[in-house]
Design a protein around this ligand. Structure first.
Ligand SMILES: Nc1nc2c(c(=O)[nH]1)N[C@H]1C(S)=C(S)[C@@H](COP(=O)(O)OP(=O)(O)OC[C@H]3O[C@@H](n4cnc5c(=O)[nH]c(N)nc54)[C@H](O)[C@@H]3O)O[C@H]1N2
Ligand SMILES: Nc1nc2c(c(=O)[nH]1)N[C@H]1C(S)=C(S)[C@@H](COP(=O)(O)OP(=O)(O)OC[C@H]3O[C@@H](n4cnc5c(=O)[nH]c(N)nc54)[C@H](O)[C@@H]3O)O[C@H]1N2
Ligand code: SF4
Ligand SMILES: [Mo]
Length: 733
């Protein structure tokens, strides 16, 4: 593309999936703004979306494979030489160790990348690598709840924010994050519309931007959310507010829920939660009285000590008030294209079928806590991890106890990063294989449509052609999977293999692979998207349903196709016998004793929670100058009373100490924190040697995950408790 023009595409950076107008002149991006004609986002955009040009043009971006040379520095290499080096490294590990020694870590952008998301399954299924992922520092409790209540780990219901008139937002800050496991464009605007129709309640230790007015804010002591929720359930039963409506014959385990909640009246939990019994009772009554109500929890209810219970009870509350599978409540989206994660494919799911070697952490849905990885690498013995593939992740900043991981990675015999940056993690790799920039490849969010509030389809073509020799990431992953699997070079015909892979998907979609293959001969993700659209709910089924959707038709509508709002569909979703939701699975309810013990805990020190900023994206966009300009954002937010008690002053450096470590960070005194709780952002700490992030390095900030203890986890899911960490704050020096 060399002319001047306007290119229409979807922003790949977060779940909001905003439509963009990318203005370009030759090979240069000149301006990016919201696309008002986009059927999904109608012009909405945030500051990050305007920076795809900066990311593309960033001189620090890795464009050529980097191979570590003997002196510990990277040298550019040809793709063939880089793959050859990967082969040597992998073979050396394979020759001496069992498959347990080989692992892969998937980071957050895998869910947003057209080319990676459909192919990463090969690394576990074909290559047999043990998986670690950002999932266990993020939403694993939600997966556990969906698996046990509905029969599938990824069938996670989402709030029908467009039609609800009472929305509880607990431990989420969509004003900043733009929504998560609730894909919706312009969530802040949608919340304003809820306020017009009814009411929003925000339960959060911090008065975030999501809080519209003082009355909306219900401060809560971190980690005590499940207590508050159980008390709400208690009130629903005690005051005869349970209304099952259309769910009458749909719920198993109601009596067990009632019995559990009977022990948690508001008066018993309020003190621990840092709120009043009256506030809890009022909330329960108002929620039950609302015509259409929904209870939404996210990072603050997942990445905490009782993440599974706190992620379970919102669904229970919605079910008990007939707001599950109901307009304006929690519902399951109907994506235009199906995603393999929703099929019964891509790995069996279970609990405790094996345990981690060092800590003995039980596997949950195929993964152990991310925080186990460092000890698995640095603890000698049979099964010690010797090889790590990192795909689009930066665990040296994002994982708990990240200092130990930083120190452990150099011990690996083979570390390969598929990443576009030399950052705190990939600097340790033996080989870095870069993916294309967002503008050099197509984009399609079919994975995120699975959690979207409308059934929309969009396709973005590439804007700029990549250099001739550059493989797409699906090719990189497939080649690496062959190597890890030990497939002899002469039988690694990529195109032939991709035909087989595509055929397996065609069978999943219920069509004759030969017919599907004939319609789409070129290998790669594009034909998989076509297949999943054509065999999706509105698809043409390769001619069986003439006039139905195909990728071609989606391409002809650059502003997107909207098949309507989310609708009830419990019959198609719940996989348990009789289509019944199991409201009280033992794996979840057995954790209630641990929660009850929390009520006995009296040593209330300061506790740390995390926060996000609109102009950050986890750890990886701090090299974009316009996003890091302005005042320092890596600060410790602290309530004035706590600041006075600790003797720390606004703007002055403080020491923050946990059982795991100590950092120094500037203080920002603010009454937006509830007393007793302090907040730090994650994803900073760009001062490590050997990175190539010239802008980020100038404003490095500190890595808050040095403070996060590795064994502070939500027990039923193994998810990290990154919130509610006990800390001491003191003046620095
Ligand atoms: N204390 C604390 N820690 C947290 C959290 C918290 O709230 N508090 N949140 C957690 C959560 S929810 C998450 S999801 C994790 C995120 O943790 P990670 O996924 O480990 O970290 P990211 O910062 O998202 O790193 C993304 C990496 O992907 C690369 N990348 C970006 N786009 C592409 C691409 O298209 N292809 C390739 N190959 N690479 C790409 C970037 O260069 C970067 O290296 O952090 C977790 N850590
Ligand atoms: N701009 C931007 N957008 C992002 C990201 C980003 O880094 N930057 N990251 C993306 C990713 S990977 C994800 S997973 C999503 C996350 O999306 P959200 O869940 O909306 O993310 P957060 O902004 O971390 O909001 C979590 C809130 O929980 C509160 N909290 C902390 N502990 C507790 C607790 O114990 N109880 C309660 N009730 N609240 C608590 C925090 O104060 C915070 O306000 O955002 C995505 N979008
Ligand atoms: S909210 Fe911002 S980052 Fe998210 S998709 Fe929209 S423009 Fe991109
Ligand atoms: Mo995340």
């Amino acid at each position: 593309m060399t002319e001047r023009g306007i290119h229409i595409r979807t922003c790949p950076l977060c779940e909001a999936m905003c439509g963009l107008e990318v203005h370009h002149d030759g090979a240069a991006v000149t301006l990016i703004r919201g696309n008002r004609a986009d059927v999904w986002s109608r012009g909405y955009i945030c500051p990050k979306g305007t920076t795809l040009g900066h990311l593309h043009h960033d001189p620090d971006r890795v464009r050529v494979p980097l191979v570590r040379n003997g002196a510990g520095t990277f040298a550019e290499a040809s793709w063939e030489a880089a793959f050859e080096r990967c082969g040597e490294l992998i073979e050396a590990v394979r020759a001496e160790h069992e498959i347990e020694a080989m692992t892969v870590y998937f980071g957050n952008p895998v869910a947003h990348n057209y080319s990676i998301s459909r192919y990463l399954g090969l690394l576990s299924e074909l290559a047999g690598l043990t998986i670690y992922s950002a999932g266990t520092v993020d939403q694993w409790p939600k997966n556990v709840v969906a698996e046990l209540l509905y029969g599938h780990a990824w069938r996670i219901p989402v709030p029908d924010i467009e039609h609800t008139d009472f929305m509880v937002v607990q431990g989420a800050n969509p004003h900043t994050s733009q929504g998560s496991l609730m894909s919706h464009a312009d969530v802040p605007g949608a919340l304003d519309a809820v306020r017009q129709r009814g009411r929003v309640v925000v339960i959060d230790p911090r008065r975030t931007g999501t809080v519209g007015s003082e009355e909306e804010w219900l401060p809560i002591r971190p980690g005590t959310d499940a207590l508050l929720q159980l008390a709400v359930v208690h009130v629903l039963f005690a005051e005869d507010l349970v209304r099952l409506g259309h769910l009458e014959d749909r719920l198993a385990g109601i009596e067990k829920v009632r019995r559990i909640a009977a022990d948690f009246p508001p008066e018993r939990v309020a003190g621990t939660c840092g709120t009043s019994a009256a506030a809890i009772r009022g909330l329960a009554r108002d929620f039950a009285a609302a015509e259409r109500a929904v209870w939404y929890g996210r990072i603050g209810t997942c990445t905490q000590e009782f993440g599974t219970l706190a992620s379970w009870l919102p669904d229970v509350i919605c079910a008990l008030t007939a707001n599950l599978d109901a307009v304006g409540g929690l519902m399951w989206p109907k994506p235009v294209a199906w995603s393999p994660v929703l099929q019964n494919w891509g790995g069996s799911r279970g609990f405790g079928r094996w345990s981690s070697r060092v800590r003995g952490a039980p596997e949950v849905l195929g993964q152990v806590p991310m925080s186990c990885l460092a000890e698995e690498i640095d603890t000698p013995g049979p099964g010690q991890v010797k090889s790590l593939l990192v795909v689009a992740g930066n665990p040296v900043l994002s994982a708990p106890d990240s200092g130990r991981l930083d120190a452990a990675l150099p011990l690996l015999d083979c570390m390969i990063s598929v990443d576009n940056a030399v950052n705190e993690t990939s600097r340790h790799a033996h080989v870095i294989l870069p993916g294309l920039s967002a503008l050099e490849q197509p984009h399609c969010d079919d994975l995120l449509w699975t959690w979207a509030t409308r059934s929309v389809a969009k396709w973005s073509p590439a804007l700029f052609p990549p250099a001739d020799d550059r493989p797409e990431e699906w090719e990189i992953l497939t080649r690496l999977a062959f190597m890890f699997a030990g497939t002899p070079a002469e039988s690694t015909d990529l195109a032939a293999f991709d035909d087989l892979y595509f055929s397996a998907w065609a069978e999943m979609g219920g069509v004759d692979p030969a017919v599907a293959l004939a319609a789409a001969p070129s290998p790669g993700p594009e034909r998989l998207i076509d297949l999943t659209i054509r065999t999706g709910p509105w698809g043409d089924r390769y001619g069986e349903n003439p006039g139905g959707l195909t990728l071609e038709r989606v391409k002809q509508a650059p502003n997107g196709i909207d098949m309507g709002a989310i609708v009830p569909r419990i019959d198609e979703v719940v996989l348990h016998a009789g289509g019944k939701v199991d409201l009280a699975p033992e794996h979840i309810t057995s954790d209630v004793d641990r929660l009850a013990e929390r009520l006995e805990r009296t040593d209330e020190s300061l506790v740390l929670v995390s926060r996000r900023h609109l102009r950050s994206n986890n750890s990886w966009m701090h090299n974009v100058p316009v996003l890091v300009s302005g005042k320092d954002r890596c600060t410790l937010l602290i309530h004035p009373d706590d600041a006075a008690a600790a003797g720390v002053a606004d703007g002055a450096p403080a020491t923050v100490r946990s059982s795991n470590g100590e950092i120094e960070v500037p203080v920002e005194v603010s009454d937006e924190m509830m007393p007793g709780v302090v907040s730090l952002p994650h994803g900073w700490g760009h001062d490590r040697p050997g990175t190539r992030q010239s802008v980020a390095r100038q404003r490095p900030g500190v890595n808050s995950n040095l403070l996060a203890p590795p064994d502070f986890v939500d027990v039923p899911s193994g998810n990290a408790a990154l919130n509610g960490i006990p800390v001491e704050v003191a003046p620095a020096g």
